[in-house]
Design a protein around this ligand. Structure first.
Ligand SMILES: Nc1ncnc2c1ncn2[C@@H]1O[C@H](COP(=O)(O)OP(=O)(O)OP(=O)(O)O)[C@@H](O)[C@H]1O
Ligand SMILES: [Mg+2]
Length: 383
């Protein structure tokens, strides 16, 4: 059998007969009611146990209804207050609402007038409780996420640091061997040493990449209006200068100013565009397109190329660190660039996705539009 939880009402009126009559009537209507004849006693009751609604008479000797409501809200900010007044002046009603009352009722009142007000009050109480629970959950999740990120970053940093010294020993001693005994080492064994050195250097690059990835997650966001068009042109100029022999056609679409962290946004475009340059290396007429299109409320930026693309069936792991779809002897890399892009987009509260097909090029899309500011706590509701 399910137990019906009755709404708890606290009724405060210095006129005992009226208070008692109201208590009796509301009890008959299924409410759990407690009556008090002054503010002080009402506050004692409220400190003792929670109530859903407070119905307070406005004019009472000592603490009046508004003073009582203020003190009651200090005890339970989610309490819903209703002021009962015989005065009926707009002034007192406004004052009651300003001090946090949800509503006021004029005395003498009929039951048919008070029941809908109570119904609205209880709905408000339920919403306040649900909202508070939701806020609490958001706070807990944010704290958990932050703790997990901190832990992961601390792990990454200490693992990178700890890996570095044995690696340096491997590199140092293999170099020493070559330098000291080089001519006396047989050719085949010398090749082994070259392999050891190359692998150790690769590992050193992976450690650097891990450190960069961890840094992107930790560095404070500095949001500002960014001229995306000139930022992208700067990145492209740098890439062209690094590879002057490359013939690449660049097509720039509309690139509107946007709010972002300029250095992270630059890093994002460096990673996407250097991939586009790299993977179109063997494409006869390489074309790279950068632009932005509105999609509903959002602006979707994209970087597209006509390189070898990749198989979308594996794309679910595309943005994970160290994931690569091409062999290192075809296209060099550590598989970290896109995971950094992913982190940058996430930190701006946006989304990142890709579309590609083998031999048909690749397109990367991202938004920065949502929540460019860190999650701020929802302000508490006031009466
Ligand atoms: N424009 C692209 N065209 C085809 N494949 C791509 C493209 N961009 C990324 N990929 C695929 O996704 C993989 C991961 O890309 P990511 O940028 O993370 O690593 P990387 O370029 O291999 O190395 P790094 O960026 O660390 O130097 C690439 O190895 C490649 O297989
Ligand atoms: Mg890359």
């Amino acid at each position: 059998m399910t137990e019906v939880i009755k709404a708890r009402l606290l009724i405060v009126d210095d006129e005992v007969a009226q208070m008692q009559a109201l208590c009796d009537t509301l009890e008959d209507h299924g409410y759990q009611v407690l009556g008090r004849t002054n503010g002080e006693e009402a506050l004692v009751a409220l400190r003792h146990a929670p109530f859903d609604l407070l119905l307070a008479d406005l004019m009472m000797p000592g603490m009046n209804g508004i003073g009582l409501l203020r003190a009651a809200l200090a005890i339970d900010p989610m309490l819903v207050g209703i002021i009962m007044t015989g005065e009926g002046t707009i002034g007192t009603a406004v004052e009651a609402m300003q001090s946090g009352a949800l509503d006021y009722i004029l005395k003498p009142f009929k039951l048919s007038a008070i029941l809908p007000v109570l119904g609205r009050g209880l709905t408000m109480r339920r919403l306040r409780l649900e909202n508070a629970a939701l806020e609490q959950r958001v706070r807990e999740h944010a704290a958990e996420l932050e703790a997990a990120n901190r832990e992961l970053d601390a792990f990454t940093r200490s693992a990178s640091h700890d890996l570095r010294s044995p690696l340096n020993a491997v590199l140092g001693f293999s170099t020493l061997l070559v330098n000291e005994f080089g001519p006396r080492i047989p050719v085949e064994q010398r090749n082994w040493l070259v392999h050891i050195e190359r692998s150790a250097q690769h590992m050193s690059q992976l450690i650097d990449a891990l450190m960069r990835l961890s840094h992107v997650g930790r560095q404070a966001l500095s949001l500002q209006a960014v001229d995306v068009a000139s930022l992208v042109r700067g990145v492209v100029d740098d890439l062209r200068q690094e590879q002057p022999q490359r013939r690449v056609t660049l097509q720039f679409g509309d690139l509107p100013e946007t709010v972002a962290d300029a250095s992270l946004l630059r890093q994002l475009f460096v990673n996407l565009l250097s991939n586009a340059f790299k993977f179109t290396r063997n494409t006869e007429q390489a074309v790279i397109e950068v632009g932005c299109e509105p999609q509903g409320e959002e602006r979707v930026f994209f970087v597209r190329d006509n390189g070898p693309g990749f198989d979308m069936t594996r794309a679910n792991r595309l943005f994970d660190a160290f994931q690569r779809f091409h062999r290192a002897d075809q296209f060099e890399g550590n598989g970290v660039g896109l995971s950094i892009v992913q982190r940058i987009v996430q930190r701006h509260g946006g989304r990142l996705w890709a579309e590609a097909a083998p031999g048909r090029g690749a397109s990367f899309f991202f938004t920065l539009a949502r929540a460019v500011e860190p999650l701020s706590p929802v302000p508490p509701i006031s009466g």
